[in-house]
Write a protein that binds this ligand. Structure first.
Ligand SMILES: [Zn+2]
Length: 330
């Protein structure tokens, strides 16, 4: 693992590599961007570049120092993910007893040290400010040779005071071609790759989990089942599907699939064969549906799904919200 292994994040890598070359690394960085696009890999590659004695400022990824960094066994690189239990935020005791002493006394062995917070917004959410404020103290009193890397999908959920202490580095969604390349390298078959990449929103992690056990295919089948009930104008069947969805562990994924299905139908109705489709493998079916549903209604249904998802994120009752959504389709 080195910078060369990170795909399609040229601008983020350029920022970091230029700073390394010029010895102008910031004390703290905030890697912002969707999950599964290479933020964590980049953090590990940067830690290697800081510590590697073989290829300083680059990281070889192979020497004993790099290998220990990558295996999580080097004393000068610590990774603090969210807790496994509860709302997963880090407790202030952990910050005081482990993180602050590390930041104060490291490096212990190499010439530099690195503290990495994957999912920093989950570990230090705005509504649990005590731990975040304790962390803020070290961010405000930087020490040479200790670099903080905060990784976040939702930087808006971090305290503004934390954000303002970090230099932002933006990571974009991966192009579908790169997601497919990553999946091919894992030996996934082409049909599964096509469907999973379409539903992955440019996240390699998401694509890989969608390709597992035919999950992407199941999501598509659910979307088709809902749409069949819409076409048949069967409110009873739609409400049954809404209840099934409300109780499903894959609710968010199923709703994404349904939304993408109607987005495909809408764009196919407008752009015809030129439309870029998430469900490209089912273009014929989408085309037929575009002819009967029409662009405006498909776009309305897509929007209604997005609005319902946002409402549920803000704690709306899923059963009530989904009943209302599916009833509006009938
Ligand atoms: Zn090395």
């Amino acid at each position: 693992m080195s910078f060369d292994d990170i795909l399609a994040q040229a601008s983020a890598l350029q920022t970091l590599q230029r700073a390394l070359e010029r010895d102008r690394l910031a004390h703290a960085y905030l890697f912002e961007g969707p999950s599964g696009v290479g933020k964590q890999k980049t953090a590990m590659a940067l830690a290697c570049a800081l510590l590697c004695p073989e290829q300083p400022k680059l990281g070889c990824g192979r020497c004993s120092v790099c290998v220990r960094v990558l295996e999580g066994k080097h004393p000068d690189v610590r990774v603090f993910g969210p807790r496994d239990e509860g709302n997963r935020n880090l407790q202030v005791e952990l910050v005081r007893e482990e993180i602050l002493p590390f930041a104060k006394f490291a490096p212990f062995e190499a010439k530099a040290a690195c503290v990495i917070f994957p999912e920093a917004d989950v570990s230090f959410p705005v509504q649990h400010a005590e731990a975040a404020n304790a962390l803020l103290k070290t961010l405000e009193e930087p020490r040479a040779n200790v670099t903080f890397l905060l990784l976040s999908e939702r930087p808006d959920r971090l305290l503004p005071t934390i954000r303002s202490r970090c230099q932002p580095v933006r990571f974009g969604a991966l192009p579908a071609s790169v997601v497919k390349e990553i999946m091919r390298a894992r030996g996934i078959d082409e049909a599964a790759i096509e469907l999973a990449a379409g539903l992955a929103f440019g996240s390699a992690d998401r694509a890989l989990s969608l390709a597992q056990d035919g999950l992407a295919e199941r999501l598509l089948q659910f979307a088709l089942q809902v749409d069949a009930a819409v076409q048949a104008r069967r409110p009873g069947a739609l409400l049954e599907l809404a209840d099934e969805l409300a109780g499903s562990d894959d609710r968010a994924l199923l709703l994404d699939a349904l939304r993408l299905f109607y987005r495909d139908v809408a764009s196919c109705a407008v752009l015809g064969d030129e439309a870029p489709l998430a469900f490209a493998a089912h273009a014929e079916l989408i085309r037929k549906r575009a002819a009967t549903l029409g662009a405006a209604r498909a776009a309305d249904q897509q929007r209604a799904i997005a609005v319902t998802c946002e409402a549920m994120e803000r704690n709306a009752n899923p059963e009530v919200a989904l009943d209302a959504l599916f009833f509006s389709f009938a």
